[in-house]
Design a protein. Sequence first.
Length: 820
Amino acid sequence: MSCKPLNYYLHYDVDLEERTFSGKEVIKLQILNPVKEIRLDSIGLEVQECHFESVDLKIAAFQVDEQEGAFVVHLEEELDNGEYDLFIRFTGKLTDSLAGFYTSKYEVDGVEKVFATTQFEAADARRAFPCFDAPEHKATFDVSFSVASNLSVVSNTLPFDVIEFGEKKTYYFERTPKMSTYLLYFGVGEFEFLEDRYKNIRLRVVTTPGKRDYGKPALEFAKKFLQYFEEYFDYPYILPKLDLIAVPDFGAGAMENWGAITFRENMLLVYPGKTSQATIVRIAEYIAHELAHQWFGNLVTMKWWDNLWLNESFATFMAFKAINYFYPEWDVWSDYLISEVFGGMDLDSLSSSHPIKMPVKSIADIDEAFDAIAYNKGGSVLRMLERYIGDDNFRDGLRRYIRTYEYANTIETDLWKELETASDKPVVTVMKTFVEQIGFPVVRCTLHSKELHLEQRRFLLSGVQDDESMWSIPMVIQKDDKEERLLFDSRKAHLPAGEFVMLNKEYTGFYITDYPNEIRSVFTEQWSSLGNKERLGIIHDLNMLTFSTSLPLADFIAFCSAVGHEESDTVVLEYLLSRLYQIWLLMPKHEDLLKLVSELAKTSLAITGMEPEQEELPSAEILRSLAIKILFKLDDADIQKFVLDAFERFNTDEASLAAGIRAVIFAGSVWFNDGIHQKMKERYATTDSLDDKIKILRALCYVRNDSLIHDTLVLCLDGTIRFSNLPYILAAMADNEHAQRILLDWLMDNWDELKNQGGGMGGMILQRAFQYCIPSCGVGRREEIKAYFAQKDLTGQEKTFAQSLEELEINERFVEVNRQ
Ligand SMILES: [Zn+2]
C-alpha cells in the first residue's frame, strides 16, 4: 500500500427532478511510499477538475478509465511521504439500478415520485464518488448536501447545521467515525420521520410520506436489541443517532450502513391486520441482524471480502440470541436450525459449494460471496463453537475481540485467538477444519454388541466419495441419562454403547448422522419423548440421506408416516410436511406420497384450526397456510368452500380476513377461480401496503390456465412489478407444478431482457432466478438449460448457476431412482 485515505470532505448538489448529482471532494491522503500516480476507484462518474490544495504540486494529467473502473491522477514529480489534500470535482447520474447512488419510486395520491438513496456494499461507493473503495481503507467522512428546500437529507450522522438559502438548503453532517466506504449512506427525499429515544440516542424510522406510523414496532425492536448488544459486547453504540430507513426499491433485505440502516420496505414496516406474525418475526430478525453489524462489521471490519462471513455469520447468529432473549416463546432457535443450519447444509452438500473463507479476486466475485455459506453455515459453525467452549467464554472472547480491533480490520484468525485465549480450548484447530475446508461430515454410526462405531466422511448429495476431508467435530452425545462430549478428530472412533444413544444433542454440531435401523426404530418408538430440535434433526438427516439415494424414498415415507401422525409440535410438523411437499412437487403422481401429504395436511389443520388465533406462534401460522395450500392443490372440496367463502367475506369486509391467513386465501381463490386473477391485479394497483402487494403477486402465480400464467409473467417485464420484487414471483411460480415448464421457457426467452432491466447490477436477483427456477422446473431439461446458458455471459452468477445445475442433477437422479 503506497497511499491511504484519512478523511473525505464530500459535498453534493442533488437534483432529483433531473436525476443528477454534482459533487466536490477533498481527500486527505497519506503517502506511505513515494508515488507518481494515484489510482482511485470510480465507475460511471465524470471528473471535471482535480488538483492538490494548499501545496504547489502539479498534476500532469488525470483521466477516468471506465474500462478499469478507475480514476487515475498522474503527477509531474514523485510525491514524497506525507499528508496531502486532493480536490476532485465530479458529476454523476442517479440510476434506477439498486446500486451506488440510485432512485427508488413511490406513489402519493396516484402520482409517482422518487427519492435518492444509496447501496454501497460491496463495491459501489465508487459509483457515487472517486474513492479507495475497499473495506480496509477506513477513513472519516464529513458530508454536506445542497438540495431543494422541500427535501430532507439523511446520512450516517446528525446534521450540525442546516442552512436555508432561497429555494435551497444545505445540510452539514457531523464527522463519521473511522469506517469503510461501503458503510456510508445518503438519502435525499420528501421523508417522514417517526422518532423515539434510547438513552441519549435519537432513534427514527424514515419512510416515504404517509407511512411513518407503520414503523412503531420497528422502533420497539430497535430499542430492545440496542440494549441487548450494548450489554453483550460491553461496548456502547457509539453514534448519537440511529435511523431505520424503509426503501421500496431495494436489492437485498437490509443494509447495515452505520447509523442509517436501510431495509426493503416490507421488512421494516408493520401494517396492523395485514402483516402476519411470521413476517413480524422476520422483521425483528432483520433489525437485530443489522444492529449486530453496528459492532460486528462496522466497528470491527473484515480486511477483505474473502472473510465476509466474519460479518455475516456473526450478525446472523447474534440476531437470534437477541430475539430469543426477549421473545423466548417464539422458539427462534428451532427456526435457526431449519433456516440457518439446514439451509447452510443444503448448499454445502453440493460438490460446487465453497469453503466459508472463500477467495474473492475481483469485484465481480463479491456478490456471489453473500450466500448460504457465509450467512447460514458460518452462523451454524458459530453456534457449534459457542456450545463447545461455553456461553461465557464465547462472550468474553468476543468482548476482547471488539476492544482489541475497534475501528480496525481483521482476518478470521484474529477472532479464533481471542476465543482460544478466553476458553483454553483448541478453537483454531476445530475452526480451521470447518472454515477452510469445503463441505461437512456425515457421521455413520453402527452398533457392534456393546460398542458404538463412528466413522466420518464428507457428505455429498451426489453420492461421490471423498476420502480426503476430515473434521475436528465437537460432539455432544446423549447416552441414556448422561450427556457426553467428544472431539471427534479422526476417521473412526469406538465408544461404549448405552441403551439409548443419540448423537448431536440439540443439533449443535454441523454434521449429519446416519444411524443403523435398530437405533432409528428406537427413535420412532420414543418419538414424543425426544426434544423438538432432536426430532427436527432426525427428519432432516433422513431427508438428506434420501436425496443422496442412500435411503430409499419408501423408507423415508414409512418413517414420516409413523412419526407424523404422532407429532403435535407445529414447528416439527411444518418442517416434516414441507419436506414431503418438496418431494411431492418433484413426483406429483407418487401415490403413497400423495396419500401421506394429504393426511398430514388434515392432521395439521386439526391442530392449528382453520382460523388464526390471537397471539399464536408463527409456526402455527405457517403450518396452517402450508396445509391449506396442499389441500387446495389437491382440489379438496371442503377447502375450496372455505377459501372461496373467506375471499367473498373479505370483498365486503377486509378486516374479516386475518393477516396470518391472507396470503393463502388470496392464492387459493385464484387457484379455484380464474376470474379472481383479474380482481387481484386491480387490487395490486390500488393497495398501498408493499406487504399486501407481495401477497397478491404471489397469489397471481397460483393459476392453472396457461394464458393466465403468461399474463402474470408479463407483469414482470412491463414495469408493473418492481425489479427487486421479481424473486417473489419466481419462487411462487416455481411452486406451481402447472407453471414450471412455462416459467423456465420464459426465463430463457427473457434472460437478456432481465439482465438489461437489472442494469447489469441485479446480480442477487438473477442469482435467485437460477436458484428458484432451475432445480425444480428443470427436471428432464438439464442439457437444454446447459446449452442455452453456455452462450450467455454469466459473470457474477457462474457459481450460483453451477450450484443450481448440480441441484437439478441431484433431483433428476432422485426421481429416476425412486420412480414407482
Ligand atoms: Zn448482514
